[in-house]
Design a protein around this ligand. Structure first.
Ligand code: BGC
Length: 742
């Protein structure tokens, strides 16, 4: 179309107006900043609420009864509804995409009744509000196999949460890593339900100590990302109870405050509407007393059904609850006792946390303090996994280096992982290149090469005494599916992140690694990412490989300390790295319907007798360990008894280090199929050179049970079991001991 004045060569009015666009954007940005600053911050500390502290459950129930009696139907509905407001999506969008900082989000604040709000802060790599410490991603911490360390990370996260006004932590993601292509693998701890439960309990216990309610997510079977808004997961009862739910139950048993339902469907029903998951299993079978909130914005698809099925809080704003719940009661479609039941669970849980004294104080100076930076580095060091070390090439001795080549763009990126809901924004990040330079100082020349030009890579590598090639993934490659598409059908692209169907590195990175290793036999590859990366094209051609994960705000410093031998690697893989991805369970990121089977990860490897690249539980050290014969507290254990296993461990090498002792259990043949072995205990032992210590590991006979669908019960079969004790899930790393149960 020709605009006015086109013939005379004058620009159209539209073109005149174009200069307004940037102005409008700047104005919008400024308005949101002001709006956000004015957004009221609510005090969530127990001291701000009038309730007595240190009360027992009976007294708590008394207070809740009295309070509920004073609350109107509207007050109760208010407890069930997020306060996100109409501008929510705009606000969230601006925060996430423009400011890269997550805002405060509240639900159910009722000052008249002395009820605090839920003040939500996501995780798991730190607290996702404003600026805060970024720890290594959860999968990295899973690789530390160190509950005590995870507890300290939990303490630090909770301290920062409280300092930032958060009392509800949405950062306990314990979905099972069924297939390493899952985009949010980095947010969870790994592939094994036992290990997931143990690490989850370590985090939740620490966080809740600071009166921050922990929300475990995403309940349940949320192990595919792209299709999370519509996929319908099918599975049998034993797979559900034995593989996909035990870790949630373990957290419930440890006093978990809350659960977030998943977006997906299970057996044809939305998780947020699932009476089976929320009422029958979570509350009925497990005795959960906390409250359930839904995954955000799109977790609910109706009003009456989810309320009846046991969904308590709609987050983060009201679409289906709020007025609609009131209307449903008025129209006689919803029994008001359902509202009373759900609201009571929310009020009781919040009061449970504000009727306790704070164990310490939470000034804002504690956010990203030196202590937390040191802890972030320690966690990164403890989580990195040494996969290969021929020679051994590592550790490198800085005294013998004149020139080190660092190759790969990722070495100088601020690469903390996904940039969706788990994005934490620290003020300062030590990149890998920074970490190496700081550690080596002026004595060693560090030459950086981005890796785009193979000739330059060969030249720089050839002219150096050693090479560090950094390769792997970033937020664009894996992560949360933030696309607005919530219907079946593959869109042109996921906005960023999502699942991976190709688990290998980009071919350009493989070429860089091969060029570097071809030019210099002293080449170390550091992999960055949040899940398994396959490496068949090159792993035998480089002498040393370290899985560095997304290592957090001090990750570069940690990797440098590890490469130069200030600390020995002690991480162990929390998942299997396949040699051939065809041996993995089927994985269709755009599936409308997915079948989850009984086997995945190491149980599938054991069943098929396949040879993965690296096994679950595997990781090398710079030192060596010798395990003495395990001693058992008893050889015959009743079906409700327990067993202590004591394993002497000696550090037989020259350096301090830590070893993870793992105990797997194999089951008697009672004519019911079971995996060949299952992890049931682990412990990490830190030892100086020459020192002998002990790993003391406990197993409860009840944790060896299988689920019997017919009776909806757990059965411990009497018979001869085999314990396999060792340092990885590989057969050759395990010694076997029989025990008798029953
Ligand atoms: C994610 C949740 C997250 C929530 C709030 C959702 O899209 O699936 O894990 O807690 O957003 O950020």
């Amino acid at each position: 179309m020709v605009g006015p004045g086109a013939g005379s060569g004058e620009p159209s009015v539209m073109i005149h107006l174009l200069w307004l666009v940037p102005l409008l954007l700047v104005a919008l940005y400024a308005a949101l900043r002001v709006y956000n600053r004015g957004y009221r911050r609510i005090d969530v500390s127990p001291a701000a609420y009038p309730w007595p502290k240190g009360i027992d459950d009976g007294e708590l129930d008394g207070i809740v009864d009295e309070l509920m009696g004073r609350m109107s139907l509207a007050d109760r509905v208010h407890q069930l509804s997020g306060d996100g407001g109409e501008l929510l999506l705009l606000r969230l969008g601006m925060h996430i995409y423009v400011m890269e900082r997550f805002p405060h989000m509240y639900a159910g604040h009722d000052p008249d009744h002395g009820i605090p709000p839920i003040s939500f802060g996501d995780g798991p790599r730190g607290i996702v509000v404003g600026e805060a410490s970024a720890f290594p991603v959860a999968i990295a911490r899973g690789a530390s196999w160190d509950r005590e360390l995870e507890g300290r990370v939990g303490d630090a996260i909770a301290v920062e949460a409280r300092a930032l006004g958060i009392n509800y932590f949405g950062g306990l993601c314990i979905n099972l890593l069924r297939h390493p292509g899952w985009g949010r693998a980095q947010e969870s701890y790994g592939e094994d339900p036992w290990h997931l439960g143990e690490m989850g309990v370590a985090l939740l216990t620490a966080v809740q100590r600071h009166n921050v309610m922990v929300c475990a997510k995403h309940f349940a079977l949320n192990s595919i990302e792209n299709s999370r808004f519509f996929v319908d997961v099918q599975l049998d009862d034993r797979t559900l109870h034995e593989v996909y739910l035990p870790h949630f139950r373990r957290c419930v048993d440890a006093g978990l405050a809350s659960v977030m339902s998943a977006y997906n469907k299970v057996r044809g029903q939305w998780c947020g509407h699932s009476e089976l998951l929320l009422e029958r299993i979570l509350r009925g079978q497990w005795g959960f007393e906390g409250f359930v909130s839904c995954d955000w914005v799109w977790g609910l698809h109706g009003t009456v059904d989810p309320a009846v099925a046991g969904m308590d809080v709609e987050m983060p704003r009201t679409r289906h609850y709020g007025k609609r719940l009131l209307r449903a009661v008025r129209d006689g479609r919803l029994d008001p006792t359902v509202i009373e039941r759900n609201a009571r669970r929310v009020v009781r849980t919040k009061l449970r946390f504000v009727t306790r004294e704070d164990p310490e104080s939470y000034p804002v100076e504690r956010v990203e303090c030196d202590e937390h930076r040191a802890l972030a580095r320690e966690a990164a060091e403890a989580s990195m996994v040494l996969l290969r070390n021929e020679g051994p090439l590592l550790p490198l001795d800085p005294a013998k280096l004149r020139r080190l080549a660092v190759i790969g763009e990722l070495a100088r990126e601020r690469n903390l992982g996904d940039r969706g809901s788990s994005m934490v924004s620290p003020r300062r990040v030590v990149t890998i290149l920074d970490g190496i330079r700081d550690r080596l100082g002026d004595g060693v020349e560090v030459v950086f090469e981005d890796g785009r030009d193979a000739d330059a890579v060969r030249r720089v590598a050839g002219e150096s005494d050693a090479v560090l090639a950094v390769a792997g993934l970033r937020a664009g490659d894996e992560g949360e599916n933030l696309s607005s598409r919530r219907k079946p059908g593959k869109p042109a692209r996921v906005s960023r992140g999502g699942d991976r169907t190709d688990l290998a590195l980009r071919s350009s990175e493989v070429a860089t690694i091969l060029a570097a290793a071809g030019a210099n036999p002293r080449t170390v590859v550091a992999l960055v990412g949040g899940s398994a990366i396959t490496m068949e094209a090159w792993r035998e051609l480089v002498p040393a490989i370290v899985m560095a994960w997304y290592p957090g705000m001090e990750g570069g410093a940690a990797l440098a300390r590890l490469l130069f031998g200030d600390v020995s690697p002690s991480g162990k893989l929390p998942f299997t790295i396949p040699a051939d991805p065809a041996r993995l369970p089927p994985f269709d990121p755009w599936a409308e319907r997915a079948e989850y089977g009984y086997y995945h990860g190491y149980t599938l490897v054991d069943r098929e007798g396949s040879e993965p690249a690296y096994r679950f539980g595997f990781g090398l050290s710079y030192t060596t360990f010798e395990l003495g014969p395990p001693a058992l507290s008893a050889e015959v254990i009743p079906t409700d008894g327990d067993l202590q296993i004591t394993v002497p461990v000696t550090n037989t090498g020259e350096r301090a280090g830590a070893e993870v002792i793992q105990v797997y259990v194999s089951f008697p043949d009672v004519g019911v199929e079971r995996p060949e072995k299952l992890l049931r205990a682990f412990g990490k032992v830190h030892l100086e050179p020459g020192e002998t210590g002990e790993a003391t590991l406990g197993i409860l006979a009840k944790d060896l049970a299988r689920y019997e669908p017919e009776g909806e019960r757990w059965v411990v079969d009497p018979g001869e079991y085999t314990l396999s004790v060792g340092t990885s899930s590989a057969e050759e790393a395990l010694v076997r001991l029989p025990i008798q149960i029953g």
